[in-house]
Design a protein around this ligand. Structure first.
Ligand SMILES: C[S@@+](CC[C@H](N)C(=O)[O-])C[C@H]1O[C@@H](n2cnc3c(N)ncnc32)[C@H](O)[C@@H]1O
Length: 241
């Protein structure tokens, strides 16, 4: 698939999702003011079946699997994953322009990768249908280490529950951090998360060595090792359907 076609599909993907969101908003907030809740619920269900579905990304890009990376940074993992998995669509999300451009540049050469410049935590839930993503990678997320910034931490129980429902059966969510306090925060979120347990997940954790998980050393991994920090990981596997 050439670059132009890939870009067109990306635009369609984003445009469709935005229109879908706008219609969803009308149902939720505007019609909600005038209609009886049960009528609204019924109409929405009917309408949703026909029009409010999410685009099937793997079908649109004609790939067998779907991987997502949030916070792609310099793009090392994106390059590694897209080169190794030609049958897989890789969507990367990066919020900073400079790093988005870096990743997009790397992915130009690979027909199975597309880079988005957006909030990946939000867009993972917004763009992809439930049970559709095979793997999600979050390598060295911003730790927000000041107490007054703790509320900016994105990997919470609430987010994890929604993210796990986006995973396919046997799908995986990998989180790696070298920040001990953020590691403890995530551990606590997982331990006290009832809805996560209800969904049926298997959680593996430990010291992160990229080669052991068949992954590549990223920029922040190298930085952590140089500083003498220990990167740790959580691998959340969805086992329930
Ligand atoms: C510490 S860096 C890690 C980069 C890369 N994963 C690595 O291992 O070298 C965190 C990256 O996440 C990006 N980021 C932070 N919040 C984000 C968000 N909400 N959506 C997408 N990317 C985000 C930052 O811009 C930054 O590039």
């Amino acid at each position: 698939m050439n670059l132009f076609k890939r870009r067109l599909k990306k635009i369609y993907f984003l445009l469709y999702s935005s229109i879908k969101e706008a219609i969803d908003f009308v149902f939720k907030y505007i019609l909600g003011l005038f209609c009886n809740f049960s009528i609204l619920f019924f109409c929405k269900k009917l309408f949703k079946k026909r029009y409010l579905y999410k685009v099937n990304a793997t079908k649109l890009f004609r790939k067998a699997r779907l991987f997502v990376e949030i916070g792609s940074g310099h793009g090392e993992l994106a390059k590694f994953l897209s080169r190794r998995n030609l049958d897989t669509l890789l969507c990367t999300f990066e919020i900073k322009s400079r790093f988005y451009k870096k990743t997009a540049n790397v992915l130009k050469k690979y027909p199975n990768g597309i880079a988005f410049k957006s909030d990946g935590y939000k867009d993972l839930l917004r763009l992809f249908a439930n049970n559709s993503v095979n793997k999600v990678f979050i390598m060295f997320p911003d730790p927000w280490n000041k107490k007054r910034h703790f509320k900016r931490r994105r990997i919470t129980c609430k987010w994890l529950c929604k993210a796990v429902s986006i995973l396919s059966t046997a799908g995986e969510l990998l989180i790696v951090t070298d920040h001990l306090d953020y590691y403890r925060f995530i551990k606590e979120q997982i331990a006290n998360c009832l809805c996560l347990k209800k969904q049926g997940v298997d959680i593996e954790k430990g010291k992160y060595i990229p080669e052991k998980l068949n992954l590549v050393q990223t920029h922040y991994y190298k930085k952590a090792i140089k500083r003498g920090d220990i990167p740790r990981y959580f691998l959340i596997k969805r086992i329930g359907a």
